[in-house]
Design a protein around this ligand. Sequence first.
Ligand code: GLN
Length: 498
Amino acid sequence: MSGIDLRIPEIAAGVASGTLSPVALTEQSLARISEQSALNAFLTVSRDSALAAARALEAKRADGVSLGKLAGVPIAIKDALCTHDAPTTCASKILTRASPDAASGTTAAHGWQPPFDATVVARLRAAGALLVGQANVDEFAMGSSGENSAFGPPRNPHDPTRTAGGSSGGSAVAVAAGLACGALGSDTGGSIRQPAALTGCVGVKPSYGRVSRYGLVAFASSLDQVGPFARDTRSAARLLEVISGRDERDSTSSSRPVGNYEAACEREVKGLRLGVPEEYFGEGLDPDIKQSIQDAIARLEREGVSVRPVALPHTRYGIATYYIIATAEASSNLARFDGVRFGLRLEPTRGDLVAMYGRTRDRGFGAEVKRRILLGTYVLSAGYYDAYYRKAQRVRTLIKRDFEQVFEEVDVIAVPTSPTPAFKLGEKVDDPLAMYLADVYTLPASLAGIAGLTVPCAPTKARADRPSLPVGMQLLAPAFEEERLFTLAAAVEHLVRA
Ligand code: GLN
């Protein structure tokens, strides 16, 4: 076992006391990234800047300066977050520009280089984290399998012929394969929780407003949240503590005090009330996943958790509602990629500025992104706005109310994260609706803006057609009650290992 296999709090403590070397930790991470490059987890590896940061940390320690909560911890960043020292491409050709490379005489692709750090990235750096690279993602965070990345999908370390989920698939793989100790992703409709479940990590979608989105390339602004991946709940708790809190640069970020998530991992579960909604256990759920989640719930009950059935009747409208609201917002957010300021610009052979926009967007965006821009423009257009967009907003309110009512009776809700374990790459790629169904259990919490977390429970049994694969239990709590999630998740983690 290497230093980077330790839990994040142990690494930070080891670095502070001098038993672990930040340079050695970075080198371990970089070596594994290169050994496992076939997993396609990273779009950019920040070798030089990570090693420079590690050396700076060693100098600080030698000077007796106290180090931060993430001192020496190698972290991967979803390539939809801005970092001033690495390109941000959102895995899109539109943010990559081909230019002749004078030295080699070939053409090289250069990603858009942000001039600033996202707030979450700046907070990680301030806490002493070492950013080892930009992780692969579905183009503009749209997708559930990684297959919308212009640079090929990340691969699941449990079976490389299978998806690692999406859209933050590269972040999940980086953590699951031990290439980094933690990662940041973003979750608009499930993009942290689903890949974490499919690869066997802990993934947290914080409440809307808990974490700043300044410097996150926007997909759907009423839904997007940044959150952590880690191999265990305490590590995820520490990451969330570092990135959470009010940011003057994001007016939607909340000034509510940040919880003590690490301490929450140590709390008793006895007496907590856990709701189990039947709407999440019906048709379409893989029987092995159902069994695994129900077993974990039964174990919690034996620990003194009070388990009761609850009803979330508007769940079935989640997919339709999300794919109207998210596409409407995306069509507006993605208007800025027009060839003028960022990345690719394709000059038309004939025509004017509008022709340049058209050619750039036609060649720069992939098929799924274009599909969503078209859908979103349609649902917002005169004559359809009331029928689709306004109606979806009303249904969103009903979904939110379902949760509010249930949270009057229970503290936390337990459901599956994904209806199936990791599916084969290529299996759903030609069927957008089948792909959208992968999000059936994660979308409602996003629409309601509440807190969500996925924690591994017992994996599926190996069968002739598939190996044993990870299963994630999704825990949901009212907005800003992330502490409850960590308390229960730590218990699940303990019980599953026992
Ligand atoms: N898979 C969902 C989608 O394609 C969610 C994506 C996300 O959360 N970014 O929209």
